[in-house]
Design a protein around this ligand. Sequence first.
Ligand code: PLP
Ligand code: ZN
Length: 413
Amino acid sequence: MNKFVGYKCSLCGQKYRRDQVIYTCPADGGNLNVILDYEAIKDKYHPDDITCRTETSLWRYLPLLPVSSPGGEETPLYAVGWTPTYSLPTIAEKLGVNNLWLKDESRNPTASFKDRASAILVARAKEIGAEVIVTASTGNAGAALAGMAAAMGQKAVIFAPKSAPVAKVAQLLIFGAQVMLVDGTYDDAVALAVKAANEFGWYCRNTGYNPFTAEGKKTAAFEIWEWSLEALGESDNPLAIFVSVGDGNIISGIHKGFKDLTELGWLKQMPRIFGVQAEGSAAIANAFNAGTEKITPISATTTADSISVDMPSDGVRALRAATETNGHYVLVKDEAIIAAIAELGKVGVFAEPAGAAAYAGVVEAISKGLLHPDDPILVLNTGSGLKDVNAALKAVVEAPIIAPTLEAVKNNL
Ligand SMILES: *Cc1c(COP(=O)(O)O)cnc(C)c1O
Ligand SMILES: [Zn+2]
């Protein structure tokens, strides 16, 4: 059964066969939604056929993905997804809410959410016989592509801004990608990756530009759906999901996952999706607040490098993820992001700034009255704190250096 039918443009609604286009809508540059044969899937599968599977990675959702076979069994591709969800009762109590959870995406093989997109991308590249995959990245998308491509024996070319945190650059190099650090912004790297792909015939993974990135990211929605069947029980209030937003592809991918489940008739209630942006990188939140789908580029500056984007590549769908689910966009200051790293650390979660931003967004949304104390809340930590230890060190006081004596210990207790 081939369940991958084709694409539909998110702007003009034009449909394309799957062999007709590769990236965005030829008419207007709109992001393309992958269309599946929902009737055929529904005929063949019952939700139990998915939830009873023993595969504990994103490949448990293969029947709902537009690739036929992942390949690469017993590789890091099989460690992507199926991330743990933790309950955070002490923080919930402090915030005055009753149910707060965190889904920890730092547990993916290259330590960020981006592995979901890259795992699907390399599988797709293998299917279409693409030998070289190129991407622009603030760091994590590149690390994920480099890692997954290395696992599959494929070649990856990565353009990252030269300001990328050193741990992310180290990952790129260790995974053996061809790495070029661009003397410019992330947006400059994005444009360069498209040009290079055209010039050299490479397959371009650029976030949002390639429709398969959202297809990988939607698997988080499937996991949240399965988790909520038990965790939420008969809760009447819809789940409120908080996700940090740069290009807007994680949030739109998650929305797509829930829309797929709706098409299949498997979703009881659409969660409310909340996008969190840094005040210094607020292109999508600005449009949300202005009540328009016209995204105006900004000049991004934030400590949260993973969400520092001038012109989001998936802005309109990212906006709709909130507007179509009764969600919201909230803005957080860099200081609140740094404070959030420390807060999450106290309950055993180590987040990079962009991951902690989602939690800072919960705090902000509560203070704005956007949530009811009974609303079940789920925060996504999208990346590991080890990705950017310099940011983490801003959140804490330095450790004292002491003489190796008990007296020194006593003086410092
Ligand atoms: C990429 C990334 C984001 C934002 O995802 P977008 O699709 O760009 O909105 C958030 N957090 C981390 C850690 C990321 O790497
Ligand atoms: Zn179009």
